[in-house]
Design a binder for this molecule. Sequence first.
Ligand code: KIV
Length: 318
Amino acid sequence: MADSPVSNAVLSSAPAAAARPRRVTAPDVAAFKGRGTPVVMVTAYDAPSARIADGAGVDVILVGDSLANVVLGYDDTLQVTIDDMEHHVAAVARTQPRALVVGDLPWLSYHVSTADTVTNAARLVRAGAGAVKLEGGRKRLDAVRAILDAEIPVMGHLGLTPQSVHALGGFRVQGKDLEAARAIVDDAGALAEAGCFAIVLECVPDAVARLVTDTVPVPTIGIGAGRHCDGQVLVFHDLLGLEERVTPKFVRRYASLADDARDAIARFADDVRGGRFPASDETYHAADNVAEVMIAVYGDDSAASTEPADDVEAPHPT
Ligand code: KIV
C-alpha cells in the first residue's frame, strides 16, 4: 500500500484517530496492478458481516446487489433499489472499516438520465461508500464518465452481469466464443480508458480473463474467472457456507456456518424445552429484602430467588 504523506500528517495530529489504520482508497486498489499482490474483495451487507470481513483483513468490501439473493430472499438482483443499497451501504460504512467500501449501483439506477445517475451514485457515497460499481462495458461509458466527473471512483463489471439476466438468457458463462471474448476485452479496455480503477470479471473462461488482465492497466478482480486475475472476490454467504441453495463451481466454502447455526439453535431449543435455559447465572436476581416482600405479597412464584442480587447494569451488546 502506497503511503500517503498528507493523510499520515493529518492522522499524527489527531491522537484519537491515530490508532485507526488508514483506510484503503480507490487509488490504493488501482496501485495493486502489477505489484504481484492480489486484491482481496468480499461482499458484506450489514455491520456484523462488515466487521468480520474487515477483521479478516480484506482490501475491499463490496456491498453488492447480490444483497437481493443472499439477504433479501429474491431470485435475482433486479429487485433491489437504490434505497435498499443506500440502507445497506450505510450499515457497512458505520463500522468504519479499513477496507475500501464499494457500493453496487442497482439495476435502473444508472440506466437513467445523467443527472439521476450521478445523484444515485452520490447517494451511495453519502451513505459511506468510497467508490461505486456498475455493470456493463462500452454501452455504459456515458454513465461511467458522468460519475467519474463527479469525482466518484468507479469499478467496472464485465462478463456475466446479473442485471442483464433476461437479455443474456440466464446466468451463463460469458465470452466463450471468439467474438464474445473480443467484446469483453474491448469493453475492459474502454472502461479502463474512461478511468475505472478496477474491473470485476464474472464467469468468463480463464483465457479471456488472462487476456483482459494482460491488456488493461487496472486490476481485474475475478469471480468464476480463474486465477489469472489481479484479485478475487467471493460472496460472504457463499464463502462461509451460509448460502446453501446453490453452489456455483467457482465457490470455495471455507466454513459451514449454516450447519453450525442450525445446530446451535437446535441446542438452544432443546435447552429451553428441557428447562435447562436460562440457568441461575444467566438470570438477574432481586435483593433478598425485595424478594421477601414480593413473596409475601404475591406468593412463592413471584420473585423467589435464593441468589444474591445483581447491582450491575444489564450489559448491552453494543
Ligand atoms: O453483487 C455482487 O455480489 C457482485 C459480485 C458477484 C462481484 O457483483
